[in-house]
Design a protein around this ligand. Structure first.
Ligand code: SF4
Length: 596
């Protein structure tokens, strides 16, 4: 388009045959628009719209020399995913946790007005490619030998724009042509290419699912043990060893395949032959013990960490936006480390909740569309055949989703059991919907939807935390909406301590000082609770410590202390548990004496 208005020419108006009043009005409008455009010097020639650039493919024959980059989770998740991908035969590398410099690069090379996670993650990729370049690789070598995979989505929040943002920033930073592949919340990678470099098959999904779940569980366990460790740094030392061991398990684990004469016979069975290998893989997942066995060994190692559970610490539940509540760096002001330094016990959010939320929303969508599936409106009453067909389709789709939900939960719990049920269970999505919906419509998608509001109520009301800290990225639309609803929530639930913190690349000191203030209140709440529990049980903290020393199993990190209704803190629950054990000891003593 010419930059000089006087040089611009308006396109001649098409001749329209006037057949009605509407046509006349339309013609008059066009004439007026053309006149105004001429006056303003605006060019009305047809525009050439943006078309998505053709992506360079990642094909099977490039696999040996192509490194898959990925990131965006905690180091525990990423390390296990790394092992899983290596086990499937890929070269891969997790990119480091984004820092403030990555954020600045995201701002420099990306669009204006993005949300905070976009800047951090997009800038992080550019930063990593620049690091590769500084190590001596040419840009062309990087473009040819690396590919980035990430999650994608469509929908109302900026998550749907990530792919475009990556491409823009890569072009602006001189890496035009670098490949970014998405596996989407819906749709998935286009696997129409039979020779795709990254095979999104059953083995791939199962390996990633197990890596994510085990990453979640160990992340949770680490945060439960560290605040109580008797020897500083022992938890991280043990956790590091366990992660190395699990990485090796993922790397060396062979996937289920049908082999030998029996295998070939089964594969060639008419009709079911093609599915037998898939069935075998699922059965191996559902009943195999390679992962649970590995986690039991991990549990034994972690149990060697000695803990003092009598330390009074406020439990801070982390909620907020998916990325901001997960990342372990500048993206959330290094909040987890800060909270632990300040004497809190952090209750982290697993990625598993998000997976269950996705399934739950898909089920709800199916139910909502019932009767109109595949149609724009419900078939007429006399088209019973169509109505029945719709009903069957909805039920079928719902049954599949319910099965996926049940399997995911079962697998989660199996892995959790292997760690003596120390990690928290998955939060029930139906309960979350029931609690959150009156404040935030559960049909409103994007970001965490109703979850932010619902988790606040759930964790506060079920005596699972002293305070909820919501990490909300700067510029996040769904999180901003949640904030509006949260004021109604805190008005209704007067006792909850809830603090939303807007995370951005700057303002760490301000954010930390706000957290310190709310944490002060949470500490008082935890201390008062402990005083009440000691009074009710008639114990002193010295009694409890003595008893724990006499019973060393109580000092093992993976000893399971039951949660008592109405009691939140780990120390307070431990006191109640010791009181119960003392009572039991006394009863046994009395019955022993009576028997004598
Ligand atoms: S949920 Fe918020 S922060 Fe996350 S991608 Fe969407 S708009 Fe950005």
């Amino acid at each position: 388009m010419s930059t000089d208005p006087s040089q611009r020419v308006s396109a001649p108006l098409p001749l329209v045959q006037i057949t009605s009043k509407e046509d006349l009005i339309r013609q008059k409008l066009e004439e007026e628009r053309a006149r105004l455009a001429r006056e303003m010097g605006i060019d009305l020639r047809p525009r050439k719209h943006f078309a998505r650039p053709v992506e360079n493919l990642f094909t099977k024959d490039q696999r040996d020399h192509t490194t898959i980059l990925f990131g965006g989770l905690t180091w525990k998740h990423e390390y296990l995913i790394h092992g899983a991908l290596e086990g499937l035969g890929y070269k891969c590398e997790a990119i480091p946790t984004p820092d403030v410099q990555a954020f600045q690069l995201g701002k420099e090379y990306g669009n204006n007005g993005q949300c905070n996670p976009t800047y951090f993650t997009v800038g992080n990729l550019v930063q990593h490619l620049q690091t590769l370049e500084s190590k001596g690789l040419s840009r062309q070598e990087i473009i040819d030998n690396y590919i980035f995979i990430t999650a994608g989505a469509c929908g109302p929040c900026r998550f749907g724009m990530y792919e475009a943002e990556y491409r823009l920033a890569l072009r602006n930073s001189g890496f035009d042509g670098f490949r970014v592949q998405l596996f989407q919340q819906s749709g998935g990678l286009d696997q129409s290419e039979a020779e795709a470099g990254l095979e999104m098959n059953v083995d791939f999904f199962l390996a990633i699912l197990n890596a994510m779940n085990m990453g979640d569980l160990l992340n949770d366990v680490g945060f439960q043990i560290r605040p109580f460790e008797m020897e500083l740094g022992e938890t991280d030392q043990a956790l590091g060893e366990c992660m190395d061991y699990l990485h090796e398990i993922f790397k060396t684990r062979r996937t289920f395949t049908l082999e030998g004469k029996i295998g070939n016979f089964l594969k060639n069975l008419p009709k079911v032959g093609g599915s037998t290998e898939y069935i075998g893989k699922f059965l191996d997942q559902l009943f195999g013990t390679s992962y649970t066995g590995a986690l039991e060994s991990v549990g034994e190692r972690l149990s060697q960490v000695k803990v003092d559970r009598t330390r009074v610490k406020p439990i801070v539940k982390i909620t907020g936006e998916f990325w901001a509540q997960t990342t372990e760096g500048d993206g959330n002001f290094n909040m987890f480390k800060f909270l632990e330094r300040e004497g809190a016990q952090v209750l982290v959010e697993p990625v598993g909740t998000w997976t269950m939320y996705m399934i739950h929303q898909a089920k709800q969508g199916q139910r909502d569309r019932k009767g109109v599936s595949g149609e724009e409106s419900q078939p007429q009453a006399w088209r019973i055949d169509k109505r029945i067909k719709n009903e069957i389709n909805v039920r079928k789709a719902n049954a599949q989703l319910s099965l996926a939900e049940a399997i995911f939960k079962r697998e989660w719990n199996r892995l959790r059991e292997a760690l003596n049920n120390i990690p928290h269970g998955l939060t029930d999505q139906y309960e979350l919907q029931r609690l959150g919906h009156p404040f935030y419509n559960s049909r409103a998608g994007g970001g965490e939807g109703h979850l932010e509001v619902a988790k606040n109520i759930y964790y506060s009301n079920k005596d699972l935390c002293h305070m909820v800290l919501s990490l909300k990225p700067f510029g996040c639309m769904p999180s901003t909406q949640s904030d509006g609803a949260q004021s109604a929530v805190v008005n209704q639930y007067k006792d909850m301590i809830y603090l939303p913190i807007e995370t951005s690349g700057e303002g760490e000191i301000n954010a930390h000082s706000r957290v310190q203030m709310a944490l002060g209140e949470a500490k008082v709440k935890a201390k008062q609770e402990m005083a009440r529990v000691l009074e009710e049980t008639g114990l002193t903290i010295e009694h409890v410590r003595e008893y724990a020393e006499e019973h060393p199993e109580l000092q093992a990190a993976l000893y399971s202390v039951p949660h008592h209704k109405g009691t939140i803190g780990s120390a307070a629950n431990f006191v109640r548990h010791v009181a119960d054990l003392m009572k039991k000891d006394r009863r046994e003593k009395v019955s022993g004496v009576a028997a004598d």
